[in-house]
Design a protein around this ligand. Structure first.
Ligand code: AMP
Length: 208
């Protein structure tokens, strides 16, 4: 059995063609179902529907053999207990700093609100900028509007969310996309099945 950990929403929609390229069709649409373990057209393949930030955990501990996770999630998870053999080139966006339109902080120490604490810490340290990182779990756009932070670090796709809240993108920290991750033991114990799966996905990504 090959067990694939996947999250709902954006990543799942983009993953359907990738799974199809590997001959895998989910039995139900997870966005329309409450099922957390989903069978497929292949008796030897099942999907686990987990939170995006939990995908690396399921894969590292071997509850799933493979999974798809954003580079942002992987950098925050920060483990060397996973293989990351393939950039799936889906769910692409940018990790950026953003601030109120026209606002330029004057103080010595920048206050930065973000869900992406490790990425932000590394970025500002590399820039030689003293930053106080304030951890939030969502709606980061609010923080600069109410004086909680000078700026935020968040994912930007169209930029509409920033714009709607009177913020503007500033510096690009990195480009983000989803990656295939593989459990280290599964790579050995299920070698044929895992490498065949990676092969199909690589071919699809190369031709996309
Ligand atoms: P947008 O308004 O199109 O710039 O989208 C920004 C919002 O969508 C932010 O709240 C982001 O956290 C979220 N977002 C954008 N792209 C992604 C992605 N690839 N994965 C997860 N969240 C994303």
């Amino acid at each position: 059995m090959l067990t694939i950990a996947i999250s709902k929403g954006r990543i799942f929609a983009d993953s359907i063609p990738l799974l199809a390229a590997a001959g895998i069709e989910p039995a139900v649409d997870p966005d329309k179902s409450r099922l957390l373990i989903i069978g497929t057209n292949r008796p030897d393949v099942q999907l686990l529907v987990v939170r995006a930030t939990d995908v690396p955990t399921y894969v590292e501990y071997g509850a799933a053999d493979v999974g798809s996770a954003g580079k942002d999630v992987l950098l925050e998870y920060d483990s060397d207990g996973l293989y990351e053999p393939l950039d799936l080139n889906i769910a692409r966006c940018r990790m950026m700093t953003a601030a109120r339109v026209g606002y330029h902080p004057a103080g010595q120490r920048l206050r930065v609100a973000t869900k992406y604490v490790k990425i932000a810490q590394r970025y500002f340290a590399a820039q030689g900028i003293q930053a106080e990182i304030i951890k939030l779990y969502g709606s980061m756009e609010l923080a600069p509007l109410v004086g909680l932070a000078d700026c935020i670090v968040d994912l930007v796709d169209t930029g509409n969310t920033l714009k709607a809240n009177g913020l503007e993108p500033r510096e690009l920290i990195m480009h983000i996309s989803s990656r295939l991750i593989v459990n280290k033991a599964a790579m050995k114990m299920k070698h044929a099945q895992v490498t065949e799966f990676i092969g199909h996905l690589s071919q699809f990504v190369a031709n996309a």
